[in-house]
Each structure stands twice: as structure tokens, then as C-alpha cells.
Write a protein of this length. Structure first.
Length: 226
């Protein structure tokens, strides 16, 4: 019963002891910043695991990889470029980035840049799948941490919610359309779409749900004393 409750989709991002009270604050608590950065690094390391596995990336990383191949950049550098380009798309939507939005663009790209060369290249399909599963797990943890920090959405999430506001289309349809479009463009540019991408697509929702529910359960403000 407990496991089923963890799998239930969170209706909203829970408030934790590290959550900022104002997502647009320019002076968040130091603990919130540090936990946010840790979450973003964990997220980027998860992305790096999928890249190192070599059997398919997340849709946005498929796009970044495709761009990197065409302009002779690393995937980490291309990931940062994609974040900046997406942030420019916020302008006509009149969305405002928070500190977390900017740090998201910087630290996820930095983690990919640093971690990919350090991670093992799998020598078997089983090892590759294990790396993908580990990557999905870390992305879920990282998502749960940076979302609950409440310092503004990531560039991609903010663009998605901004499009939903101006179009009136459901968030699920907007997200699905963006993810498919990004994936197709990335594949056309040479990014890797394989079984790892499918594993990610199937598992990431439940993993993020579990991580958010765990954050809400064990990170409750009432759990901190003194």
C-alpha cells in the first residue's frame, strides 16, 4: 500500500524544509541554493549515464547530441546552447526566469561535460541497460530535488508551461508535442534514438512521482527542528 501511494502522481510539487517561499526571490536561503545545485548535478549525471551507455538518450539530449555532431561541440556544450535558445523562446510568452532557471541551464550542462568522460563505456548490452536504468534513477532524484527547491522552472519546463498558458491546450499534449518534435529533430541531426530512449520514456514518470512523493514525506518542514 505504501509503495502504491509513492507511485501516485503528485498533484503539485510538495513543499519541503529546503523549498524557497518565493520562486522569484533574488536572495534565496543558502541551503536552498546548495540543495538545488546538488539536485541539478545529480540530474546532469543521470543524463551523462544515458549518454555513456550509448543506447539512446532523453529526447532533449538526442537534440543536443545531434547539434553537437553538426557543429563539432561536446554534448555538454550543446546542452547549454539548447537551454539558452529555449530561454529566448520565453520572451514572446512573457515568462520570467528565476535563479533556479539560470542555474539549471548552467549546472546540468556542466555535469554532462564533466561526468561523461569519467563514466565507463559499457562492454555489453546488459551493462548498457544497467547504466540507462541508473541514469533514469538519478534524473528522477535530481528532478525531485530541483523542483522542490522552488526557485523557478528549468528552461524547458518553463517553455512548456508558457505555451500551455497561451494556447489553452492541456499540459500533457503540449509536453508530448514538444518531446516528440525535439526527438524527431534530434534524430534527423544524428542524435541517438534507441532502446535507452524508450526505457527513459516509460520509466521517468513513475520515478519522478516516487521522488516527489518521498520528498514530500521525508522533507516536510515539520521534520526539521532547531
Amino acid at each position: 500500500m505504501g509503495m502504491l501511494s509513492l507511485l501516485h502522481p503528485a498533484k503539485e510539487v510538495p513543499t519541503t524544509w529546503w523549498s524557497a517561499t518565493d520562486p522569484m526571490t533574488t536572495r534565496p536561503p543558502v541551503r536552498t541554493l546548495l540543495i538545488l545545485i546538488a539536485g541539478l548535478w545529480i540530474f546532469g549525471t543521470g543524463d551523462a549515464l544515458l549518454i555513456a551507455a550509448g543506447i539512446g538518450n532523453t529526447p532533449w539530449t538526442v537534440l543536443a547530441q545531434g547539434i553537437a555532431l553538426n557543429i563539432d561541440w561536446s554534448v555538454g556544450q550543446a546542452t547549454f546552447l539548447v537551454s539558452i535558445l529555449v530561454l529566448l523562446l520565453w520572451i514572446p510568452l512573457k515568462e520570467k526566469p528565476g535563479i533556479g532557471t539560470i542555474l539549471n541551464a548552467i549546472f546540468i550542462a556542466a555535469a554532462i561535460e564533466v561526468m561523461v568522460p569519467l563514466l565507463p563505456v559499457p562492454d555489453s548490452q546488459e551493462m548498457a541497460v544497467a547504466e540507462v536504468l541508473g541514469g533514469v534513477f538519478l534524473i528522477g532524484i535530481g528532478s525531485g530535488i530541483y523542483l522542490t527547491a522552488n526557485l523557478g522552472p528549468g528552461p524547458r519546463d518553463g517553455w512548456m508551461t508558457g505555451l500551455q498558458k497561451v494556447s489553452g491546450i492541456s499540459i500533457a499534449r503540449v509536453r508530448g508535442s514538444i518531446e516528440v518534435s525535439v526527438l524527431v529533430l534530434g534524430v534527423l541531426l544524428g542524435g541517438t534514438f534507441r532502446e535507452g530512449t524508450i526505457i527513459f520514456a516509460v520509466l521517468i514518470g513513475p520515478v519522478v512521482a516516487i521522488c516527489l512523493n518521498l520528498a514530500g514525506r521525508f522533507g516536510s518542514p515539520g521534520e526539521v527542528h532547531g
